[in-house]
Design a protein around this ligand. Structure first.
Ligand code: SF4
Length: 244
């Protein structure tokens, strides 16, 4: 998608300081979530993806020894050359921890990647977009494609979760329960506030107001909770919705 020209590199200085790159892969293989157009940032042209990714990875300095890599979909949707370059960049810049995103469907491939990077002294932290732990709401309304029965099942594979708030039907109680569950089972929680896009699920301003008034003040200082009121809050993105 050459007409997309988002910012793809940033340094996050607060809470778990790290560099972040938004790379491009072949795209999310699920693409059904009813709130997401983030998956539009993809290309089937592996070489073009690698060139774009190489340009971003060149900017990485290793300043915080941690790197977060996001891409529309899962990290395994990145081409093999890009994955190798991430590993090589970490070795060159003495980065010892990499955060990747991954959909539930690819959970069985995570273990081998953990082993591969660990052999180079790099710890992987894998984040998944669960959006909410309310399975019925998540699957019947959002069509997220996660058939895990419990947070414990998810925690067997993933270290961190993203939650999506500001959706019609959510309440202070439901959002608080999701954050608490996230903090109980996972190392970190990233709250994304829903932003309007062309997909059918729209943000509910009343739910966002409830979050802003009741939950934001309570969790904004929590070092294990990232809160993205805008989808560009990490300094990357800008043309599409980052919710995963
Ligand atoms: S939220 Fe993630 S899994 Fe769902 S369609 Fe978007 S990129 Fe794919």
């Amino acid at each position: 998608m050459e007409h997309f020209n988002p910012n793809r590199y940033a340094v996050i200085s607060e809470k778990n300081p790290r560099e972040i790159v938004m790379l491009r892969g072949k795209g999310c293989s699920w693409r059904r979530c009813r709130f997401c157009d983030y998956h539009l940032d993809f290309s089937a042209d592996e070489h073009a993806n690698f060139i774009l990714n190489q340009e971003q990875l060149r900017k990485v300095t290793g300043i915080h020894k941690k790197l977060e890599v996001i891409n529309s979909g899962s990290f395994i949707d990145l081409d093999a050359s890009t994955l190798s370059l991430i590993e090589q960049t970490c070795l060159e810049k003495e980065i010892t921890q990499v955060h990747f995103e991954c959909h539930w469907h690819h959970r069985d491939q995570i273990r081998d990647f953990r082993k591969r990077f660990a052999a180079s002294g790099i710890e992987l932290k894998i984040k998944t977009g669960v959006e909410t732990f309310d399975k019925l709401f998540r699957e019947s309304y959002l069509d997220k494609g996660i058939d895990a029965d419990s947070p414990k099942d998810l925690a067997e594979y993933f270290d961190e979760v993203c939650l999506l708030f500001g959706i019609p039907g959510q309440s202070a109680q439901s959002m608080e329960a999701d954050i608490q569950t996230g903090l109980s089972f996972f190392e970190r929680v990233c709250v994304n506030i829903m932003q309007e896009n062309l997909k059918p699920v729209k943000p509910d301003p009343a739910v966002i107001a409830i979050f802003t008034e009741n939950l934001y003040p309570k969790y904004i200082e929590n070092n294990r909770v990232d809160i993205l009121m805008e989808n560009t809050a990490f300094g990357v993105g800008g043309v599409t919705t980052h919710v995963k």
